[in-house]
Every structure is written in C-alpha cells, then in structure tokens.
Design a protein around this ligand. Structure first.
Ligand SMILES: *[C@@H]1O[C@H](CO)[C@@H](O)[C@H](O)[C@H]1NC(C)=O
Ligand SMILES: *[C@@H]1O[C@H](CO)[C@@H](O)[C@H](O)[C@H]1NC(C)=O
Length: 269
C-alpha cells in the first residue's frame, strides 16, 4: 500500500478536498462548519470576473448528515445516490481534516478554467472550482470520516471529506455564474451583502431584536426548479499538477502543511 511519502503514485493526481481531523463521529466542529461556509463565500464574493448573481451560501444540517453517511462508506468516488446534490470530495492522510486546505484545493482549479467559453484545460479538473462558485448553489453540508481503507484507491488510514451542495452546480450547458457588477442580478427576495445575494428573511425575525439568529437555520425553501442536474463536471482524468503548484499564495502555513502531507486527494469529477 502507500507509504506515507509515496507521492509518486497516480493517486496524487486525484484531488479530493478534505477537512481537518475530527473525531470518529464524523461531524464537523462548529468552527469547521463556519470556516467551510466562510471560505466558500469568500471565493464566491471574490469571483473574477465579478459575479452578478452569486448567492450567499449557508450551512445545511440535512446535507451534512447525508454527506457524513456517505463518508462513512469510505469510497473514493462520487455517491451515485446523491441525486440532485452537488458533491466535492477531499482526502488527506496523517494530518487529519483541514478545511481551508480542502477548499483551497478545490478553488485552485480556477486557473484551468476559462469562464468565457466555459472550458477546462485538457487533462485538468475544474468541476470542484465551478461547484464552489456556482451562483445558484446556496446550501452546503459536509461530513468526514477516518477511513482505514479507502475503496477505489489502495490507500489506508486517510481522512475523507465529503461536501454536498444544493441546488447542484455543474449543470451541463450552464455557466457557473453571470458576469457583471456584483449583486446587479440578484433574484427577487435577495439583497446585496458583501457582494453576495443574501436571502431576505421574514420581518418577524428581523423585528425580534432579542432573537439572535446568528447561525441562521437552513432555509426551508425547497428548490423548486426543475433543471436537469448534470452534477458532473467535465469528465477529466485526474492529474497531479494541482498539487504542488500555486498553493502558497494565500495560505502560507498551508503550503508548509501540504509539503509535509504524505498524500492529498482532491477531487474526482
Ligand atoms: C478564454 O476563452 C476566450 C474565448 O476563446 C479567449 O478569448 C480568452 O483569451 C480566454 N482566456 C484565457 C485566460 O485564456
Ligand atoms: C476556450 O479558450 C481556451 C483558452 O483560450 C482555448 O484553449 C480553447 O480552445 C477555447 N475553447 C473553445 C471551445 O473555444
């Protein structure tokens, strides 16, 4: 099997996004949830070219439970039962879950993606990136599990992270987002907050000042759209190029971490 330093393996090519080491329960800590959501919204607000219709993402416990159940199966591959949910994966050995690294790895595919003609460079993956910045996706939930054996790849003792998204991104034939002045195309019922379209909550909540809704509960809005869900990005084969290049710009400490990392899997689309 893979020693902790076997970076040569083709597995490195697979880039999944995983999180920080968590307990066997597989639930993310409140801190990890917050960071996960904040980093997604950070990248969404910073989309370049700017996005006119980017919705704010919020944490969804139902999605998190769904993701956790799948993570516990320890499979390196997408959940065929995910239905109308987007999905990003990440896996990391030894160090345990690292939420910022996971999101960074996903977002890093941006450099391979051309928004103008919605193409991904040959032999690269872009589907994780496009899910992260998919304008209409507004809910995320993730789960993690320590896998003594990860099916699909011959890897042992690895922390698997699964994130599911609703509505799903990567709908074939659609752009991740509409270019334009931030918030210039927010749907009705949303207002602009930090360059993202935030759902306007009912007045009954806004008026009750002593009702602290800091961690807003998941919206009960069932997405009623009937778009078909490709849920799949361009079917790129995995390549290892994403691992060593370009990771140092924002997360200095993470670069170090990554170098120490025996194996990071990010991806599959
Ligand atoms: C993206 O694609 C468009 C259309 O083919 C092209 O004009 C543009 O130069 C490309 N951008 C980059 C960064 O390659
Ligand atoms: C999109 O743009 C890229 C970068 O300029 C180019 O390599 C690719 O051929 C273009 N694809 C299409 C379908 O125009």
């Amino acid at each position: 099997m893979y020693s902790s330093r076997s970076l040569q393996t083709p597995l490195v090519a697979l880039l999944l996004l995983l999180l920080v080491p968590t307990g066997p329960a597989g639930a993310l800590s409140d801190d990890e949830k917050r960071v996960m959501v904040e980093l997604h919204n950070h990248y969404r607000a910073q989309a370049n070219p700017p996005a006119a219709n980017m919705l704010q993402m919020t944490w969804d416990e139902d999605l998190a439970a769904f993701a956790k159940a799948y993570a516990q199966q320890c499979v390196w591959g997408h959940n065929s039962q995910r239905g109308r949910r987007g999905e990003n994966l990440f896996a990391i050995t030894d160090q345990g879950l690292d939420v910022p690294l996971a999101v960074e790895e996903w977002h890093h595919e941006r450099k391979h993606y051309n928004l103008s003609n919605t193409t991904c460079e040959p032999d690269q993956m872009c589907g994780h990136y496009t899910q992260v910045v998919w304008a209409k996706t507004e809910r995320i939930g993730c789960g993690t599990h320590f896998c003594e054996k990860l099916k699909g790849v011959e890897v042992t003792d690895i922390q698997l992270l699964v994130c599911n998204y609703e509505p799903p991104g990567n709908v074939k034939g659609q752009k991740p987002y509409q270019e334009g002045t931030p918030c210039s195309q927010c749907p009705s019922g949303y207002h602009c907050k930090n360059s993202l379209c935030e759902l306007i909550r009912g007045p009954e909540i806004q008026d009750v000042s002593d009702l602290v809704t800091e961690m807003s509960s998941p919206l009960a809005t069932e997405a009623s759209d009937s778009r078909k869900t490709g849920a799949e990005g361009p079917g790129k084969s995995v390549s290892s190029s994403g691992l060593n290049s370009g990771l140092g710009h924002k997360w200095g400490p993470l670069l170090e971490l990554l170098i120490l990392l025996p194996l990071v899997l990010a991806g599959i689309f």
